[in-house]
Design a protein around this ligand. Structure first.
Ligand SMILES: Nc1ncnc2c1ncn2[C@@H]1O[C@H](COP(=O)(O)OP(=O)(O)OP(=O)(O)O)[C@@H](O)[C@H]1O
Length: 581
């Protein structure tokens, strides 16, 4: 937490907050003594002038104290809000640039909680530190000195009151601190269930699992509420306990004070001032204990935030990057293997394949055979565990990620659209694209018709593209990929949501386009019809390379490819290439 404070708080406003707080505390501490002087000197000796003078001074001190408090609150609040803002931005930036491996490691739910709830905890604790946590010890020490100076015999009462209060505070902290710490994890769990429930709402409905999900949420919600109830009840119990202790302390002070006044050992005004100091001492002690309870909880939040901010990205630019060579591109997978962290076996083993400028490379294989993993190695969404991927003869790890992402344009398996308009989505990778360029891309992606019909480029895109069908979303994502002037276009199973005719028209349009002609097209697909015209077909089987070659070559030599053909083509089609079902 100290690190976060050091990084995001501004020294001058913080110093001002502390100074104004000291003004307030000085005022709070001096007022009871002036009151006692008014009683002892003004009232007892019937000195009206003195009463007026002291009254005036009291008013000025009260105004100074009030101003100090207001300005302290102002600086404490603005600093803590600023800290929250900076911290949220830093987290969002970190997560946005985080590599896929790290995002998977943390999980979405906890990243959301850390950016919202955890930041709020820290924000609150800094506001409290800049006010209560500094004020309480100052007031405690100051009021103790003032009380001692007023009459040290009366301070004996604290010898009983403070240990009793300390015991109550200790019990309170023993109960609440560990529970405060677990509360964040429980909030994480609620977020996770809620998020899964929202994203999977259709599946839940279709499988009639609504009640099960609601019960799961109810259980997690109850668990959090129960913990929170115990914690906050325990904390709230401190108030009546405090009132009882304070009342008994006051009774003790009045009893002892009355004896001293009776014996003419102490003037009346001292007792009145002493009672105020006693309240300040006990209240500040209790306030300090209450705000100290917040620290472990905020520290837990700070640890969770620092864990995200400190997480080292595995995919980074090399110290010395190499510029991408000009001219026609080439793409090569050289003995590439990849193993997901914690996975028993590699998702890809020793894959080698090449394509040159203008060629189409298709990757086919059963589900889970490693197709997405392989293409994700091209723009370094993942980094090969061994072997390397080369673009124009340069290992992609040696290129700057900026250059690489300029050169490689990818459509992911799951089409992601952002809230906004069709235009804002289309210009996502190319901010200065003209309407003409957008329409060209939409035309190639077979998306121009429905966009024209439904409202043009200014048509609203709802969250996640919810106002489009799956196939329409895919086509918009493909158009977004095509707008960029890239050297390699990657389509990760992007044609699977399209019907056969649209799939064929789209591929034909890509092949016919002059601008796209020199680029390498990498197409991941499950359908033979989508891949059979490709120049190079890579067949994957359980992460292994089952074959590389043209359709004709593979149809003759590759059993895995023949198997896929048998499962998808008609008897007549198979006969054409000399095979039978
Ligand atoms: N984030 C991950 N962590 C661990 N294992 C993963 C992860 N993503 C994929 N895998 C595993 O890696 C293997 C290859 O997955 P990949 O997504 O590349 O297959 P795919 O051929 O694209 O499949 P599909 O056609 O179903 O999309 C699978 O066995 C999968 O279980």
């Amino acid at each position: 937490m100290f690190r976060i404070g050091k990084r995001y708080l501004q020294p001058i406003p913080v110093i001002l907050a502390v100074l104004f707080l000291m003004v307030q505390v000085s005022a709070d501490l001096s007022l009871p003594t002036i009151t006692s002087n008014i009683i002892n000197k003004g009232i007892a000796q019937n000195d009206i002038d003195y009463i007026w003078r002291m009254g005036g001074i009291m008013l000025l001190i009260a105004i100074a104290g009030w101003s100090g408090a207001a300005l302290n609150v102002f600086f404490a609040a603005t600093q803590s809000q600023r800290l929250g803002m900076k911290l949220r931005s830093a987290l969002f930036r970190k997560v946005t640039f985080m590599d896929a491996k790290n995002v998977d490691k943390f999980g979405n739910a906890t990243l959301i909680t850390r950016t919202t709830n955890d930041v709020t905890q820290i924000q609150n604790v800094f506001q409290t530190v800049l006010r209560m946590m500094l004020m309480s010890p100052l007031l405690f020490v100051g009021a103790s000195i003032m009380a001692w100076r007023l009459d040290h015999r009366l301070t004996m009462v604290f010898a009983v009151a403070l240990p009793v209060l300390a015991l109550a505070v200790f019990i309170n902290m023993r109960i609440s601190v560990p529970r405060f710490k677990t509360m964040q994890k429980k909030v994480d769990k609620i977020n996770l269930i809620f998020q899964q429930g929202l994203t999977g709402v259709r599946v839940i409905r279709a499988f009639d699992r609504d009640d099960y999900e609601v019960d799961k949420f109810k259980e997690a919600n109850y668990d959090l509420t129960h913990t929170a109830r115990v914690v906050f009840t325990t904390v709230a119990m401190m108030m009546p306990v405090m009132t009882i202790i304070l009342s008994f302390t006051n009774v003790g002070i009045v009893w002892l004070g009355a004896k001293l006044i009776g014996a003419d050992l102490m003037p009346m005004g001292n007792l009145v001032a002493f009672l105020t100091y006693a309240t300040q001492i006990l209240m500040s002690f209790m306030q300090l204990s209450m705000v100290i309870v917040m620290v472990p909880r905020a520290q837990a939040s700070a640890d969770r935030i620092n864990e995200v901010l400190d997480s080292a990205d595995t995919i980074t630019d090399a110290d010395k990057t190499v510029a991408l060579p000009e001219g026609p591109a080439s793409l090569a997978f050289e003995d590439v293997s990849y193993r997901f962290e914690g996975a028993e076996r590699p998702a890809l083993s020793h894959i080698t394949a090449q394509a040159t400028a203008g060629q189409t490379m298709a990757i086919i294989g059963g589900t889970g055979s490693g197709k997405s993993t392989l293409v994700n190695l091209i723009p370094r969404l993942l980094d090969a565990t061994s072997g390397h991927v080369e673009l124009s003869g340069v290992d992609v790890k040696k290129l700057s990620q900026h250059d690489l992402h300029e050169a490689v344009s990818i459509t992911q398996q799951k089409a992601t659209l952002f809230t906004g308009t069709v235009r804002s989505n289309m210009t996502f990778g190319m901010p200065y694209a003209t309407d003409e360029q957008i329409w060209d891309a939409l035309k190639i992606a077979q998306a121009d018709d429905f966009i024209q019909e439904q409202g043009g480029l200014d048509m609203t895109v709802e969250q996640g593209g919810a106002n489009f069908s799956g196939g329409q979303r895919q086509r918009l994502a493909i158009a977004r990929t095509l707008i960029k002037d890239a050297k390699v276009y990657v389509f990760d199973d992007s044609f699977s949501a399209l019907d056969f005719a649209t799939d064929a028209r789209l591929r034909a349009a890509i092949n016919a386009d002059e601008r796209l002609a020199p680029a390498i097209k990498v197409i991941v697909a499950q359908r033979i019809a989508t891949v059979m015209n490709a120049d190079v077909i890579v067949v994957l089987d359980n992460g292994e390379l089952a074959g590389v070659g043209s359709h004709e070559e593979l149809a003759k030599t590759c059993p895995a490819y023949q198997e896929i053909m048998r499962s998808q083509l008609s008897e007549a089609d198979l006969k054409e290439v000399g095979m039978h079902a």
